[in-house]
Design a protein around this ligand. Sequence first.
Ligand SMILES: [Fe+2]
Length: 403
Amino acid sequence: MLSDRRSFLEKMSQAGALSLLAGTSAFASNTEEKNHFTAGPYLQNMDTDQVTIMWITSKNCFSWVEYGEGNYAIHKAFAYHNGLIEANNRIHKITLPNLKPGSAHKYKIVSTEITGFKGSKVEFGETIAGAMLGFKTPAASEDEVKFVIFNDIHDRPQIIPQLLYRYGYTGNVRDYDFVVFNGDCFDWVTEEQQLIDHLIKPTTDIFSSEYPFILTQGNHECRGSFSRHIPEYFAYPENKFYYAFTRGPVRFVILDSGEDKADDNVEYGGLTAFDRYRENQAKWLEKEVAGDEFKKADFRVVLIHISPYHSGDWHGTLHGQKVFGPILNKAKVDIQISGHTHRYMTHDADDTHNYPIVIGGGPIEGNRTLIKVHATRKELNLKMIRDDGEVVGKFQIPRKTKI
Ligand SMILES: [Fe+2]
């Protein structure tokens, strides 16, 4: 793997040097290797009537998705911005709109290489296409939802197949509609290949070409020279790491706890503004918990990497507690699911937080957990399973009277 990566980087730097002479981009001029898919497709941002399909190509392309309900991919979707179709790029993020809720769909990714521009005229190369794949949109009135949660993988991608194959299925039946990575998938992020090898590929190997996943930002995603590029590789409603969505009986609220130390800590080189960020999120959270979708949901689940409670007394925890705590305590949250401490733990409601909190463990063997949740209209069941199969946390929460 490392030697592959080294030879890839060497090739690219040679191509870059040649392209500087030729006045074209490295990707356009490298003809040693044919264009190919380097990652994906993987699903993001699934809703009842839309889903975003993502993939990466080795060279710059114009890309689209052929898709349709049932067995026929009769529609074609591409992305565009300000009237220009997204093209001459490698990371492809295409949303399929106006899908029929609760229906099976087929799709296929297609990329045509862009070999260059002659003045304003585009020059196209070969077209490559993926296999025909499928997904099912959730029904608008779905009565149940199942999901599993990883946290604190810390650049140990083998955890994904190990825990998912062991505990993500009952017999051959998949126990999840989507998968959450609740922060700290990496120690710090330095290059695209790390995102591919340590997160994207392990998911596409198992499920993400047909079922979506969510990456919640942890404090370690905030670190490293490539961290500012992470949002390019995933899709979020309104392109923010904090948001809410409804799936079946559950309203999900995803918060970004940010970094664990104060913004003026020497480690961040003066380049973070997490206090302001958390304060702005709190303003948004206040509106979200006052909204109908939140209030009317059968269950309200909060996902946040650093729990504002039971996560030590570092600045990030305490500031999160100060800005999010009072809002969450007023909101009739059913459960909050977190990571970060590396010590799995469950906490019943107490006099500081009036809802239960589950903190997953990791990343060392014997301490890693997979959290499984199954919610119906009447009951939410959560099980936290340690890597040896022992259930180390359990909640059975009946639906509260509607607000
Ligand atoms: Fe963390």
